[in-house]
Design a protein around this ligand. Structure first.
Ligand SMILES: *Cc1c(COP(=O)(O)O)cnc(C)c1O
Length: 414
């Protein structure tokens, strides 16, 4: 593109960004977050801090812990926080109340869910089908769960999962959105396929909770886990959630039956009797500081519909792709392009991030971050840009694409 045409394209896209931001009903939410200068496109790894959270945590520390001390387990609602916060996340993932509990990490919850799924499926089912493209921790944990339960792992690309399902399948563990490419898998169809084979469907929602509608109840998902420090902005290491569908709660047999999941924990009964409901997914004493930081962070969702978040996410990712295609020498898909999108163009298969393959990705991401455009690198060659509709605007997308193009233009090709 000639210099003159490039300048015209840039001013057109900048004007378009301004118009899109002006029409964006979610734009006022941005001021609820601490963001500073630059463009933050890593909310799919660590969500930004909602501005009111430090004050709330200061109260938890100084008053609830400092003054009320042990009384806070009751009076400040510490003990019941895992279920209470689970119920606040529930509508964001399409679940009715009483089915989510917040505790432990996603990794630990994957373990609970996979072992419990195998137990629900019964002794005759020998296989655990696992997303071959999974975020590694899910794969590591599933492999250990398989060894412990005497099952075998069948790795599969999620889209091809139906072809390996059968009477031997105990459980299917899939990621809703691929953390590397941003591909969104067909949760309703894959859950239905698992059920047609008589298997338990376990979904990892780390990259979809807070980014797009999930519809856990509507689609009959059996068990699910998800992260709260990504699109839910709960803070570093915030506890994950575990969803156990109502119909499975009585039979849900946790492999980590800690005292918090006992029907009467303070009876200190030597015999274990599982509590009813989602509480059964708890293990030990909740991490109150992180748990209550998450609870406070969820306030930003009051009155926000996940459908509007989804609509903006798709518009933002479309716009970023359009800008990058216009600005980067050679475009995104041309014969001379140095960056190529790994994220599906089709909205039905796209999460809330754009992944670009680039041979010089490590140097490019280092330079982007130095210039205030914070995405992340997935080695060896993937540039990841997360779009979080609560606080990312169209001008951010345009600026990120412009800086990317400039960084590439200054960097010799590998
Ligand atoms: C982020 C992420 C995790 C993180 O697990 P932790 O136990 O919180 O470290 C797990 N699985 C997926 C799919 C993720 O995206």
């Amino acid at each position: 593109m000639s210099e003159h045409l490039a300048v015209t394209a840039a001013s057109g896209l900048r004007a378009q960004a301004a118009a899109l931001d002006a029409a964006d009903e979610l734009a006022p939410l941005r001021k609820l977050f601490v963001l500073g200068e630059g463009v933050y496109l890593d909310g799919n790894s660590l969500g930004a801090l909602p501005a009111h959270v430090p004050g709330r945590i200061a109260d938890v520390v100084s008053r609830q812990w400092g003054e009320l001390r042990i009384r806070s387990w009751d009076e400040s609602g510490w003990w019941s926080a895992p279920e209470r916060i689970g119920d606040r996340i529930a509508p964001l993932v399409g679940a009715g109340p009483g089915q989510l509990v917040v505790s432990d990490s996603t990794s630990v919850n994957v373990f609970k869910a996979v072992v419990a799924a195998v137990r629900l499926a019964g002794p005759d089912r020998t296989d655990i089908v696992v997303d071959a493209t999974t975020f590694p921790t899910d794969g590591y944990i599933a492999e250990s769960a398989a060894r412990l339960t005497g099952r075998r792992i069948i790795p599969v690309d999620p889209a091809a999962a139906p072809s390996v399902l059968g009477p031997a399948t105990a459980a299917v563990l899939l990621n809703h959105v691929d953390f590397r490419t941003g591909r969104l898998h067909d949760l309703p169809a894959l859950t239905a396929a698992a059920h047609a084979a008589g298997a338990i469907a376990v979904w990892d929602l780390c990259h979809s909770a807070g980014a797009l509608p999930v519809g856990l109840d509507e689609h009959g998902v059996d068990l699910a886990v998800g992260c709260t420090y990504k699109y839910l902005n709960g803070g570093p290491g915030a506890p994950a959630f575990l969803y156990v569908a109502n119909r499975h709660q009585r039979a849900f047999d946790s492999p980590l039956p800690g005292w918090n999941s006992h029907t009467d924990p303070f009876a200190m009964d030597p015999r274990y009797t599982a509590a009813e409901g989602a509480v059964r997914g708890r293990v030990g004493t909740p991490d109150i500081l992180s748990t209550l930081a998450l609870e406070a962070a969820l306030d930003v969702w009051d009155g926000v519909s996940v459908d509007s978040v989804r609509a903006k996410s798709l518009a933002l990712t479309d716009f970023f792709l359009e800008c990058a295609d216009a600005y980067v020498e050679g475009g995104l898909g041309g014969p001379d392009s140095r960056v190529r999108s790994l994220t599906p163009a089709d909205h039905r298969s796209r999460g809330s991030q754009i992944a670009l393959r680039c041979a010089e990705a490590p140097a490019v991401m280092a330079e982007l971050i130095a210039r205030g455009v914070v995405g992340d690198l997935r080695r060896p060659d993937v540039l990841r840009f997360g779009f979080t509709p609560l606080y990312t605007g169209f001008a951010d997308a345009e600026r990120a694409a412009a800086v990317l193009a400039d960084v590439l233009a200054r960097l010799p090709a590998a």
